[in-house]
Design a binder for this molecule. Structure first.
Ligand SMILES: Nc1ncnc2c1ncn2[C@@H]1O[C@H](COP(=O)(O)OP(=O)(O)OP(=O)(O)O)[C@@H](O)[C@H]1O
Ligand SMILES: Nc1ncnc2c1ncn2[C@@H]1O[C@H](COP(=O)(O)OP(=O)(O)OP(=O)(O)O)[C@@H](O)[C@H]1O
Ligand SMILES: [Mg+2]
Ligand SMILES: [Mg+2]
Lengths: 148, 169, 148, 169
């Protein structure tokens, strides 16, 4: 049980560092146990964007927190290799550059599993293979397939 | 496996039967504020067994189309999810029969009535859980991220975060 | 004390209903006490976008909640007539149409008080009288005045 | 009144002295993720007396420029806010003197040291509170909305919401 937990953690941590590095184009990130050999201790997330030393995760900006959380979610996905990801407006706080990076990454994951995203962001729509438009009339929703 | 299509009727703002096919790759869902995008997300979470509290409702009945200002409410909300079975992933669930090309999971609610379906026949909730586990889909995990919930995964306290690793190994 | 409280509540409620109606181009909204004559009872917010009857505030969409909360903040501002409003990315969940409506409303408030907004949204920048750009190099922030 | 300018030095990512003039009307602050926009918002909240817990820090020292990866940390964080007094709103605070065209509020922190200033002279925190009250500025109210906090005002429970009306009348 302990060996299994540590193996999973090491694997997810490796993916997390790589994806964080890719999204921030540098910087350092890690997942560690509060007490390294005790699998019941808490899990610490460290995230340092390039040139920065935030004293806690809260000190990161809105967009930096979004990218850090996304890196963690994708690390879990790479470990589990599940069939789908359904994400509702995860890009709301991102600027154009980071929206683009995130959209490219999601497009890549789309080669291995089904990725469905809700977004208001043109960058995201530009990278999608298909799009659906949801409209509301008199309180009733309809879904239409859009030509990209 | 993958989602082949979702059928929704009478669920939140989807009054009429709506069929949405899904494909491989990245699919974007767009639309104005309040048009029903997150309701579509909630419909998929609903059929996978999530409780009303994580579907922005206090009671299950509030998930039934309420008629809005001008229309009469629906009597039932129903969502059916079709998962692909072309690679025979769900073979163990069909001991005697032929392999269907796809399986269907369903959930219905009406006033004072709630049920789950597997291949159009009522089944216990545990059946849905076992099928999703076979498909490696965890509706309470990281694969379904509701609007505004992404950063919760890093905001949790260290103990709660540790449990995320527990759940996946 | 009681008369003062009820007068303030009635005033803010009137502003709230008007601003909500303006942002949603219709619909109905209200502020009421749980027990009308008891000023110690809780305050209920009702918000019905056009054609809709959400059973609770949580059932509103992300963008609808943003506009409803903005209407409440502006109602308090109109009542108090304070000298400034400083708002950090309040438009993050809005689509283009609603960003435009909010930006126009903020531009209007700018005629009576100082309004400072942080935003990634072109609609908001388009309506501003002035803009500052914040840049980060090697971990240090700089602020530059931008020509609009 | 209105904000004439803000001077920041050694506060969060603003290592060097930065002076930002403000004017009437709608002003937009733009910039990439992580560039320092919310840090500027925090600087204004800080000088108005907000506690470290609402400034995304555990202790006040964490508001001092920490040097990042390559540089040496600053020894002090200082923010000064200049409020316009051309209409004589702040007359009661200048019993004997001439009316300045603008007043200044300041706040400094260093390791083990923290102080507030009015017109460049150290003053108690209550002085800042009284000045802001005269100016009809409530840093904990609806006039300063931090990133992600807008919808809190409608999510609060009914009792908490009622207090908002209490505070403004
Ligand atoms: N049971 C119901 N019956 C009818 N309409 C409902 C029901 N439950 C919720 N709604 C309506 O659905 C709308 C919200 O839709 P939804 O949250 O899907 O919008 P959205 O497209 O995600 O918008 P946004 O971009 O702002 O997030 C609300 O206006 C609400 O009134
Ligand atoms: N004491 C400090 N010293 C140096 N840098 C700091 C300090 N505190 C916070 N920071 C840095 O400030 C950055 C966050 O800046 P801020 O929150 O202002 O970004 P932002 O422009 O609002 O971005 P977004 O658009 O993503 O919200 C973080 O990267 C953090 O490392
Ligand atoms: Mg939504
Ligand atoms: Mg910010």
């Amino acid at each position: 049980k302990k060996a299994q937990f540590l193996a999973a953690l090491n694997q997810v941590a490796t993916y997390f560092e790589r994806i964080f590095h890719q999204l921030f184009q540098g910087g350092r990130a890690s997942l560690e146990l509060e007490e390294p050999e005790n699998i019941n201790s808490g899990l610490i997330i460290r995230a340092h964007p390039p040139d920065k030393e935030p004293h806690l995760i809260d000190a990161l900006s809105g967009g930096e927190q979004t990218l850090t959380a996304a890196a963690f979610v994708f690390a879990l996905q790479e470990y589990l290799a599940g069939p789908l990801l359904i994400l509702d407006e995860i890009d709301a706080t991102l600027d154009k550059t980071n929206s683009n990076k995130l959209a490219k990454l999601l497009q890549g994951y789309g080669d291995h599993c089904q990725v469905i995203v809700v977004s208001h962001n043109e960058e995201m729509i530009r990278h999608a293979k298909r799009a659906y438009g949801v409209t509301m009339r008199k309180g009733i929703s309809k879904v239409l397939s859009l030509e990209l | 496996t993958k989602i082949n299509r979702v059928e929704i009727s009478g669920f939140k703002s989807f009054q009429r039967k709506t069929v949405i096919p899904f494909f491989d790759g990245l699919t974007a869902i767009v639309g104005e504020n309040g048009s029903g995008k997150s309701n579509l997300f909630d419909a998929i979470s609903f059929v996978m067994g999530r409780r009303s509290s994580s579907l922005r409702a206090e009671r299950l009945e509030q998930l039934i189309f309420n008629g809005g200002e001008h229309l009469s409410p629906s009597s039932m909300a129903e969502v059916t999810l079709y998962l692909d079975n072309s690679n025979g992933l769900f073979t163990p669930f069909f001991p005697d029969d032929d392999q269907p090309r796809e399986i269907s999971l369903g959930r219905r609610i009406a006033k004072g009535y709630a049920s789950y379906q597997f291949m159009d026949k009522n089944c216990p909730r545990e059946m849905i859980d076992r099928i999703l586990e076979t498909a490696k889909i965890d509706p309470d995990g990281h694969q379904l991220i509701a609007q505004g919930n992404l950063t919760q995964v890093i905001e949790k306290n260290p103990q709660r975060r540790r449990e995320i690793i527990d759940e996946i190994c």
